[in-house]
Design a protein around this ligand. Structure first.
Ligand code: F6P
Length: 197
């Protein structure tokens, strides 16, 4: 890939309710953001878009696919699904702190290596996320332009593959919902740009 556009889904119903996990769709604001993203890419070649299998990324891709009908191939990969929070599914961070204080403390102490009971952690999801990136590169025939629409934790892991970051810093990388990363890789350099849409 020469140009990777790494996008996080826009505002979801669970984002507004401060809940983690789940499979909620976008809010009205989120849908408007999705249209803004599609307008931002008018004129940019985008033969392949990869999303997760979750509603919020599928809805994020909809306007892009609608405005580029016939010009863009879409694949939904479960490798790009958000971190599985296991028993904490549907809870807010405040709920976890109140009802599972030991879990909350363990995660704050070592967020990268923490694994949700019955779910995943950053360290344990790394393999499947990188597998997804490899699959995307392969399926796109090493296309010069690809877009991945993912999630907060997933995008952190994808970025960490390109950035040389200490593992313990990765769960704290800022992944906004109104901007995307444009990663340009050439043999001699990698360039990161955070751009508003
Ligand atoms: O809040 C949105 C979300 O994507 C959750 O579904 C996920 O558990 C979380 O972000 C990951 O971010 P953090 O590791 O900072 O909790």
């Amino acid at each position: 890939i020469k140009n990777l556009f790494l996008v996080r889904h826009a505002e979801s119903v669970y984002n507004v309710r401060d809940r983690i996990g789940g499979d909620s769709g976008l809010t009205d604001k989120g849908r408007n953001q999705a249209w803004a993203l599609s307008r931002r890419f008018i004129g940019t070649p985008l033969p392949y878009i990869f999303t997760s299998t979750l509603r919020r990324t599928l809805e994020m891709a909809e306007p892009l696919l609608e405005t580029r009908r016939g010009q863009t191939i879409h694949h939904a990969f479960s490798e790009f699904d958000e971190i599985n929070v296991g028993e904490c599914e549907g809870l807010s961070y405040a709920d976890i702190e109140r009802t599972r204080p030991e879990l909350f403390a363990a995660r704050s102490r070592n967020k990268y290596n923490f694994v949700y009971p019955g779910g995943e952690g950053y360290a344990t999801m790394a393999g499947r996320v990188y597998r997804g990136v490899k699959k995307a590169i392969y399926l796109s025939g090493n296309s010069e332009y690809i877009m991945i629409i993912g999630h907060q934790a997933v995008n952190r892991m994808i970025l960490s593959d390109f950035l040389f970051r200490r593992a313990e810093d990765v769960p704290y990388i800022f992944i906004p919902q109104d901007k995307y990363f444009h990663i340009v890789s050439t043999q001699s350099k990698k360039l990161f740009e955070l751009r508003k849409y």
